[in-house]
Design a binder for this molecule. Structure first.
Ligand code: AMP
Length: 192
């Protein structure tokens, strides 16, 4: 199972990914988590991306594509992959299609979590106050939302054209959204 959790920052992708890891043993591939780990380690990569991430902008396609390729290679044989926060540009989506095809696979489903902007802002403000994540500050969050609108939303037609995108109302409780995600996954064989 190759599943993309798609949606703007604050839509609940990480929360739903963690549920799927616990319930199904899928492997969560979050480029945001990988980049934060690089940043925290102070590696060359971490130093290179720190300022870009803190500002809320996207790092280069080449960097995240390589992180994903390495992670796929390290987890051969996993029962499923959840792509969380990747792809975020059309170039990344094309690279992912090619990466999976070269391994005899393909994206099975793209689950789009739909949350309105006011709710996103409320969620991120709360997370910033509770966790202090640098790029959750109001200025950076504005940049992140704009990056989503300008660079990531164009993926919607890409995956709609492939017949793989399923929209879910992400304004409901975590459990209700989780049940809707499970139902979408259960419908995958019929969509093939
Ligand atoms: P996230 O935790 O997914 O919101 O990602 C946090 C930050 O990491 C983003 O605001 C970007 O700076 C960077 N990032 C994560 N994933 C990607 C990606 N697929 N493409 C470009 N930048 C990314």
């Amino acid at each position: 199972m190759n599943l993309i959790l798609f949606g703007p920052p604050g839509a609940g992708k990480g929360t739903q990914a963690r549920r799927l890891v616990e319930e199904r043993g899928y492997v969560q591939l979050s480029t945001g988590d990988m980049l934060r780990a690089a940043k925290a380690s102070g590696s060359d990569l971490g130093q290179k991306v720190a300022a870009i991430m803190d500002a809320g902008a996207l790092v280069s396609d080449a960097i995240v594509n390589e992180l994903i390729e390495d992670a796929l290679d390290r987890n051969v044989g996993a029962p499923g992959f959840i792509f969380d926060g990747f792809p975020r540009t059309v170039a990344q989506a094309e690279a992912l299609d090619a990466l999976l095809a070269s391994r005899g696979g393909a994206i099975d489903i793209v689950v789009r979590l739909e949350v309105d902007n006011d709710a996103l802002i409320a969620r991120i403000t709360k997370r910033f106050n509770e966790q202090g994540r640098a790029d959750d500050n109001p200025e950076s969050f504005k940049v992140r939302l704009k990056a989503y609108t300008d660079q990531t939303a164009p993926l919607v037609p890409h995956y709609l054209a492939q017949g793989k995108m399923v929209g879910i109302d992400g304004m409901r409780s975590m459990d209700e959204v989780g049940a809707a995600v499970a139902a979408a996954i259960a419908g995958v064989p019929a969509r093939r």
